[in-house]
Every structure is written in C-alpha cells, then in structure tokens.
Ligand binder design. Sequence first.
Ligand code: G3H
Ligand code: 13P
Ligand code: ZN
Length: 314
Amino acid sequence: MPFVTNKELLNKAMEHGYAMGAFNINNMELIQGIVEAAKELDAPLILQVSKGARAYAGRTYIMKLAEAALADSNLPIAVHLDHGPDFELCKAVIDDGFTSVMIDGSHFDFKENMAVTKKVVDYAHPKGVAVEGELGKLMGMQFDEGEGGAVSKDAVYTDPDEAKEFAEKTKCDALAVAIGTSHGAYKFKATPKLDIARLKVIREKVKIPLVLHGASSVLQDYVRICNDNGAEIHGSQGVPEDQIKKAVKAGVQKVNIDTDLRLALTAGIRRSLKEDPKNFDPRNYLGPARDLVKEVVMRKIKLLGCDGKADLFR
Ligand code: G3H
Ligand code: 13P
Ligand code: ZN
C-alpha cells in the first residue's frame, strides 16, 4: 500500500466517529514502537515530523524510516509535517514525498495566516498533498491565572466564525483549534478543563476535520518511572484521558501526541540504565524503551477508537 494522505485518514475518521493519533517521530526506536502498536491493533497511522525532527534525523533518514514503516506493515500510513513554519519548508517536504503538511500560521494575524495557508494549499493540492492549518494560539499554561477558570494571557482560543471563514477561504483539509490544550509536560497549574462548548460550536460551523495539538495526557505512570530513576519532572500535568474522549465525541479527528512518547522512551532508558549501571550496549536500554513507546501508543489507539480501522482502507 502506498502512503495515504491525512485527508483520506481524517475524512474516514469523521465518517466513522473515531479519531486518529498523530505521533511525532525522531528516530528509529520511536517509529518502531509506534508501528508495532498499530500493527498489533490494525490501526491506521499518522507519522508526523517537526522541523526539529527533520533536522535531527536528517531529511533522507526520516523519509527512509517512514518508508520502512510502510514496507514493514500492511497499514495505511500518512507522513505529515508538524508545525511547518513557512511555505519553504512545506514545499521542501512535499518535494521529499510527504503526503501531508501543516502550515502553522497561528503566530500571524488572521489575514496573513490565511494568505500563507492558501499559498501552501495552492502548491500542495495539485500534487495530491493534504494541508492542515491552525487558527488560535496554544501557549504556556492554559490555566495559569486563577483557580482553573482563567485562560493564559498568551493563549487565544479559536473563534468559531473565523474558523469557518478560514476553512472555506483557504480550502485547507484540516484545522487545528485552540480550546485549552498546550504543548509539553506542564500544561496546567489548576484543574485541566477543555472548552468543549466552544469545540461543539466550531464543529457545527466547520465542515473539515479538526485537530487537537498539545494533547498528551502526561501519563503519570511514565513520569514516575522517570523520576524514580533520576529525573526531576515535577508538577507536570497533561490533558486527562476523559477530556480527550469528550473532545473526540464533540468532533475532533486528529489528536497530536509527542510528549507522552518522549516520556515513555525516557522512562525506559532511565530505568534500564539504573537497573544495570554496567551496561553500555544501547540495544539493552533502547529495546525496553521502545517497548514502553509501543505500550503508550496502544493505549492511545484504543482511547481514540482507531483500533481495527486499517481495514476500512483495504
Ligand atoms: O508540537 C511540537 C512537537 O512536540 C514537536 O516538537 O519541535 O521539539 O520536535 P519539536
Ligand atoms: P504534546 O506536547 O501534548 O504531546 O503535543 C504534541 C503536538 O501537538 C505536536 O504537534
Ligand atoms: Zn503541536
């Protein structure tokens, strides 16, 4: 099976009422852990690559690793650029063979964001590549100014009417929205709460699939393994799994996960090295770390309901 696009994967998810996990990749062990989980649960996959990941692995290696995932499985897989900062990088990865790109113009004003997104759409669509845009700003702690009610002064939640206009005018294939999530391991100080009411209004007005960035749950089992083995990741908090479920029910089709994979990989490495300080064979600590990545990805796939859905594409 050749690579598919996010458009195909997300439209199918919308049709059948489940969501896709979109998993960030940087190296071989992460990819293998993710693919093994998807194979075991027969789930379609989005492998996403940030600018930093592409620079870290190298553009040839990252593409070949994604191709290896495809060759090693009978799964529908999209290879997607995460947070493309400008037209030039979007164009470069499309030319490399990515089937989907995100143009992140969320730091621009509304008009400029629409203009750059449209420019990417105009390049991508004739080549059969799907485009994700973003409207609204995810920044910092989302509830850092009060008792679980106030929104971070840096965050700007997505306006439903603007979202409709943005989707219709740019013709992008998916839209990332800001409803209270944020990137990284320190998302909330007070009680985490997503703006599901706002999401429902956006869902009514916007016809294309919706995307949730910063959606890791910061699973405390893995944080604990890290901390028990020398890390100092204190006070971390993610989006609770029940809120992710509510967001999926309210109409999100793509859920971005990076931090939870980083935590799992780090937990595995730290625990193995602590248990056997004499070991210096990378296979003996990267192997168990890869197993924890697989465990986390299986948990996400089941949570989002995309297990067994690879068959919809065969
Ligand atoms: O949302 C951002 C992703 O977690 C990628 O992070 O730019 O450090 O690779 P990165
Ligand atoms: P997390 O940091 O919550 O994993 O979010 C990842 C993400 O949004 C990638 O684009
Ligand atoms: Zn993101």
